[in-house]
Write a protein that binds this ligand. Structure first.
Ligand SMILES: *Cc1c(COP(=O)(O)O)cnc(C)c1O
Length: 393
C-alpha cells in the first residue's frame, strides 16, 4: 500500500556503516534503519548468534518459560532503573503496553474512573491508534478521528505549560494517571530534554502519585552515549519503553517497569511474537557487543566529533544552516527555514552517496550505527557539504 513516500533507491546489501543499492552504488549510512542497526549492517557477531539460535529454537509461545527472554530481562535490569519487563515487537506496541499500565495505575492507585495521560506537543510515540493519539502532532491525527479518549498535551520543556495543564485536569480531584514523554524528542525535531524541566516534572509526579513514563524507543540502548536517555536528565522514570536499537535490526520492543508500578496480572496483557528466543538473542547480543566493543564511549567521542564537525559546517554556510543539537549519535542539523528544506538536503545527500533522514521540515537527523569511526564522520560531513553545494551553488 502507498503508506510511505519512498526514495527511488533499492538497497540490497550492507556492511558496517555502508549500504549498496541494486545498481551497485555505495552509500554511507547515517540512518541505520532509523536508529535501529546499532552494530551496523551484516555484523558477523550478531549473525553468528542468530544462526546458532535458529539452529536451537526460533519461536515458542509465552505459554512456556523462555530462557532467552529471562536472560534479556536480567541484562536490562542490571543496566537500568527497572526490574520488570514485558517484551513485544515494536515501539508503538511498547507504548501501547505503557498506556494500558498507566490506565491501571490511574484506576488502582489514584482511584480515577476515567484516567488521563499527559504527553508533549511535537512528541512521537508511534502509529497505532492509542500511540498516535499520544503523539502530540495534529498532522499525524488528521483523517483518523475520532482519536482515543484520555490524552491531553503540554509544551515540551515548558514547566508553566505543564503545571497549568495539570492544574486544569485536577481541578475537581484526581484525573491524571501518567505522563508519557521522550527524554529527547527524536522525530519531532531532535529536541533534547531540559534537566531542570524534567526534575520539576519528577517532583510533581511524585507529589501526586502520577506515573512518569519515558519513551526511550529512539534515544535508549546506548544512542545517547549512556544506556538510557534519562541518565542525561538526572531523574529516573517509573517505567520506560524501548525498541529501535535493542535488536540491532531484529524486531523487538519492551516496556520496563519498577516493581511497585508493575500492575499487570497474568492474562491482562500479551503478545504472540513478543519475547521470542530469536529476538531476545538479538537483544542479548547487542547489549553484550555494546560493552565488549566499548560502544558507549565510542558514542560519546564520535557524538562530540560529529557535533564539532557540524559546528564548523554551520560556520561555512551561515545563511543556510542555523545550529546543531542532540546527544551522542542522535544529532540534528537545523536549517534556517528558507526555501531549502530538510527533505531537500536529504535528497541531495543521496546523490552524494550519503543517507540521512529528516526530523520535521527544518531538521536533518543523523542516527548512524554506534560502531561508526572518526574517518566515516569526516567522510559524512564532506558528502553533506557537497550536497549543500548542489542546493545553493
Ligand atoms: C520510532 C518511535 C516510535 C514508534 O516505534 P515503531 O517501532 O515504529 O512502532 C515510538 N516512539 C519513539 C520515540 C520513536 O522514535
Amino acid at each position: 500500500m502507498d503508506t510511505y513516500g519512498r526514495y527511488p533507491l533499492e538497497l540490497v546489501r550492507g556492511q558496517g556503516v555502508w549500504v549498496w543499492d541494486s545498481n551497485g552504488n555505495k552509500y554511507l549510512d547515517g540512518v541505520a534503519g532509523i536508529a535501529v542497526c546499532t552494530l551496523g549492517h551484516s555484523d558477523p557477531v550478531l549473525r553468528q548468534a542468530l544462526v546458532e539460535q535458529l539452529d536451537k529454537l526460533q519461536h515458542v509461545s509465552n505459554l512456556y518459560r523462555i530462557p532467552e527472554q529471562e536472560q534479556l530481562a536480567a541484562a536490562l535490569r542490571d543496566r537500568s532503573c527497572a526490574d520488570r519487563f514485558f517484551f513485544c515487537n515494536s515501539g508503538a506496541e511498547a507504548n501501547e503496553a505503557a498506556i494500558k499500565l498507566a490506565r491501571k495505575h490511574g484506576h488502582r492507585v489514584r482511584g480515577i474512573a476515567e484516567p488521563l495521560i499527559l504527553t508533549a506537543e511535537a512528541s512521537f510515540h508511534g502509529r497505532t491508534l492509542a500511540a498516535v493519539t499520544a503523539t502530540g502532532q495534529p498532522r499525524y491525527h488528521a483523517g483518523f478521528e475520532p482519536m482515543v479518549q484520555g490524552f491531553r498535551y503540554f509544551k515540551y520543556n515548558d514547566i508553566a505549560s505543564f503545571e497549568s495543564l495539570l492544574a486544569a485536569c485536577e481541578a475537581e480531584g484526581p484525573r491524571v494517571a501518567a505522563v508519557l514523554i521522550e527524554p529527547l524528542q527524536g522525530e519531532g525535531g531532535v529536541n533534547p530534554g531540559d534537566p531542570a524541566f524534567f526534575q520539576r516534572l519528577r517532583q510533581l509526579c511524585n507529589a501526586h502519585n502520577i506515573l512518569l513514563i519515558f519513551d526511550e524507543v529512539q534515544i535508549g540502548v546506548g544512542r545517547s552515549g549512556r544506556w538510557w536517555g534519562y541518565e542525561s536528565l538526572g531523574v529516573e522514570p517509573d517505567a520506560f519503553t524501548m525498541a529501535k536499537g535493542l535488536g540491532g535490526g531484529i524486531p523487538i520492543g519492551a516496556l520496563a517497569v519498577k516493581t511497585p508500578f508493575d500492575h499487570f496480572q497474568p492474562g491482562e496483557h500479551a503478545s504472540t511474537f513478543g519475547g521470542n528466543p530469536l529476538s531476545c538473542r538479538a537483544g542479548l547480543t547487542v547489549i553484550a557487543e555494546i560493552e565488549r566493543r566499548g560502544l558507549l564511549a565510542n558514542v560519546q567521542q564520535r557524538g562530540a566529533e560529529l557535533s564539532s564537525l557540524l559546528g564548523a559546517l554551520i560556520e561555512r554556510h551561515p545563511t543556510l544552516l542555523e545550529s546543531s543539537r542532540g546527544w551522542g549519535l542522535l544529532q540534528g542539523l537545523v536549517l534556517h527555514g528558507g526555501t531549502v528544506t530538510a527533505p531537500d538536503v536529504v535528497k541531495a545527500a543521496i546523490a552524494e552517496g550519503l543517507l540521512l533522514v529528516p526530523a520535521g521540515p527544518r531538521v536533518v537527523r543523523f542516527v548512524p550505527p554506534l560502531v561508526i569511526e572518526s574517518d566515516d564522520l569526516q567522510d559524512m560531513v564532506q558528502r553533506l557539504e557537497r550536497a549543500l553545494g548542489r542546493l545553493v551553488p
